[in-house]
Design a protein around this ligand. Structure first.
Ligand code: SF4
Length: 77
């Protein structure tokens, strides 16, 4: 399971880092969360899934083969 945080949606509520502190942390400068590692270790998967459900901005994105293949916003591909 791979995840990333969409910084354009993240509002820095901190919920994800409280629920899954081994997987998310907030940036000291801009206050946005980011995934500590792209690949979520199997033992942290439940916490991360709860963090995804709890994020009020739906900013945590699960990277699947489809999302990895899709061009990012602003990508001229
Ligand atoms: S819970 Fe969502 S909006 Fe809040 S810090 Fe985490 S990713 Fe950002």
């Amino acid at each position: 399971m791979k995840v990333r945080v969409d910084s354009t949606r993240c509002q820095g509520h901190t919920l994800c880092a409280m629920i899954a502190p081994e997987s998310f942390e907030l940036d000291d400068v801009d206050g946005h969360a980011h995934a500590i590692a792209d690949e979520v270790p199997a033992g942290h998967r439940e916490q991360v899934e709860e963090a995804i459900r709890s994020c009020p901005e739906q900013a945590i994105i699960v990277l699947t083969e489809a999302t990895l293949a899709a061009p990012a916003q602003g990508d001229p591909r």
